[in-house]
Design a protein around this ligand. Structure first.
Ligand code: PEP
Ligand code: MG
Length: 317
């Protein structure tokens, strides 16, 4: 079965009734972009750019970042999009040369876009590098941990400024947000007026919805993204996005969970972004589905009370 999935990895992922779901890859390094294409990825749905920063002993300068990002674009070719998440440090992700204040609750503190906005010059250099490296190829800039439209606007002001400074560069650019904080999902209608896309980071979204540390030694097994509370936030996001013609991806680990794929497709998610090796399997899983049945399944899942009940439902279906 694995073999079969691998053999058809370059085929699109269509449900039995012809509904297409884009399957993309999550990358920790631009060096793996080539491998992603070889595994049938139709895009990079999440480039975790903090790894570019962690690989250096000080913040990589403009030219270093340009050549990093260019390597990913070159491997992807002119058609496949690169969704680059801007620097996402703080919380569980330290950066040695960017000392953070001691915090009692780092997961509730300076992290993601909040932290990046305290050092706008770092964000600006990164955005400039991404724009320059893209050279008209499809670039999707994604902001991590956004909680409301104000943070999005602050980051967009930086993007607009860099574009103006570059003097009308050739761009195929979308600017979107990760949905990792419940407030972002709850306010998706407001955000959808301004963002180009959403990508749901179920790892953090689950942590913040259920109030369970994603790495907790005793509790993390309960931090299940198939919890109906998380699914309702996904539904809210998809409804708001689609009403405005925006697309929605899922780039957390849930996207590669075989039990979750039918539920996410049924909720109307447009793109699943998973680790490189899982791309062929996720495509194969989509091909087993019938969209109408997946929708009915998602509808039933939303009405349940806990994640275990959702998993039982999927198994029985
Ligand atoms: C997420 O939170 O789901 C996500 C994809 O981001 P990360 O795992 O890098 O925090
Ligand atoms: Mg996250």
């Amino acid at each position: 079965r694995r073999r079969k999935a691998f053999d058809v990895r370059f085929e699109p992922a269509l449900t039995r009734d012809g509904h297409r779901v884009e399957v993309a890859a999550n990358l920790g390094s631009t060096a793996h972009a080539h491998d992603a294409v070889e595994h049938g990825a139709e895009a990079v749905g999440l480039l975790r750019t903090e790894f570019v920063f962690m690989a250096h002993s000080e913040a990589p300068d403009l030219d270093t970042q340009i050549s990093e990002y260019r390597r990913a674009f070159d491997a992807l070719g002119p058609e496949r999009a690169l969704v680059a998440r801007t620097l996402d440090v703080g919380g569980d992700k330290p950066l040695s040369y960017w000392p953070l204040p001691h915090e009692e609750n780092p997961f509730l503190g300076l992290r993601g876009i909040r932290l990046a906005l305290t050092r706008p010059e770092v964000l600006e250099t990164q955005i400039r590098a991404l724009l320059v490296a893209s050279q008209g190829r499809p670039l999707r800039i994604m902001l991590p941990m956004v909680k409301d439209v104000l943070e999005f606007r602050a980051a967009r002001a930086i993007v607009d400024r860099v574009i103006a400074e570059l003097g009308d560069p050739i761009l195929d650019l979308q600017l979107g947000v990760m949905v990792e904080v419940p407030s972002c999902a709850l306010l998706a209608e407001t955000l959808a007026e301004e963002v180009d896309f959403f990508s749901i980071g179920t790892n953090d979204l689950t942590q913040y919805t259920l109030a369970i540390d994603r790495g907790h030694s005793l509790l993390s097994a309960q931090a299940d993204g198939l919890h109906p509370a998380v699914l309702r936030l996904i539904r809210t996001t998809v409804a708001a996005a689609h009403a405005r013609g925006r697309w929605v991806g899922v780039c957390g680990e849930l996207a590669a969970d075989p039990q979750a794929v039918p539920v996410l497709v049924g909720l109307g998610v447009d793109e699943l972004s998973v680790s490189v090796r899982q791309v062929p399997m996720v495509k194969a899983r989509v091909r087993e589905l019938e969209l109408s049945a997946a929708r009915a399944l998602a509808e039933q899942a939303l009405a349940l009370g806990d994640a275990g009940a959702v998993r039982d439902l999927v198994e029985r279906s």
